[in-house]
Write a protein that binds this ligand. Sequence first.
Ligand SMILES: C[S@@+](CC[C@H](N)C(=O)[O-])C[C@H]1O[C@@H](n2cnc3c(N)ncnc32)[C@H](O)[C@@H]1O
Length: 257
Amino acid sequence: MTGPRSLSGESGLTPGAAPGALNCRFEHESPAHGRAVSGAGGLSSSAMTDSPYLRATAQAYDAVAGRYADFVRGELAQVPLDRAVLAAFAEFVRAAGAGPVAEFGCGPGRVTAHLRDLGLDVFGVDLSPAMIDLARRAYPDLSFEVGSMDALDLADGKLGGIVAWYSIIHTPPEELRSYFAEFRRVLAPEGHLLLAFFESEGGPVTVFDHAVTPAYRWPIDDLAELAREVEFVEVGRMLREPREGERFRRGHLLLRG
Ligand SMILES: C[S@@+](CC[C@H](N)C(=O)[O-])C[C@H]1O[C@@H](n2cnc3c(N)ncnc32)[C@H](O)[C@@H]1O
């Protein structure tokens, strides 16, 4: 593998190349070393935090935002099972009619826009100001805000749905319960939560060398149990085997508030 910042060129990958291969690169490449982790990089006050991992995550995604957006552009069109999960989530949310939907950790906003296309009233939140800039430029009809999903400036029960699409993957396992508690707080009782993550395929929770910043693979049962502990009810789950160029099985959990 080339250096951690080389997100194109190797194996002939260029922006717009096959999305499976792009995913592969974002799973495979080693995290950057020696990255400074000072400063909140323009985070809104609601997201201001002293947490080093949040600052590191924001800075890491700021540094690759444009390349990340190029690499994931068009990916959903290639992955019918991912679209199926998102479509099922949208159907549950529309049926419950419990309020707007937030994509937490929206990155460049492509999943937010997909949810909009599925008929949802949706907005995006992300730690990375550079990601939010890109999302706003790409989808000016949608609302995107800088913030952290563990400290939301949202009223209790405000949301009809939450999607966290590969965005809890960077959260240290011991912090995740408080994230789920925050999701539970802002979600209406009939609201739905959809999680997408890297599944650990029989192993324990494991940290791995995600291209941008360290990430965790979770056993789907453990994540479902953690959600149950903060009173989410499981609606269903989907495991997708890695496509060509991907390293890990993908996990999806659909939960009700
Ligand atoms: C792998 S990217 C996924 C982006 C987007 N969901 C997509 O699929 O294109 C993970 C994103 O989660 C964001 N993120 C990580 N932790 C976060 C937190 N605590 N609050 C908000 N965003 C967070 C990162 O800044 C990054 O943009």
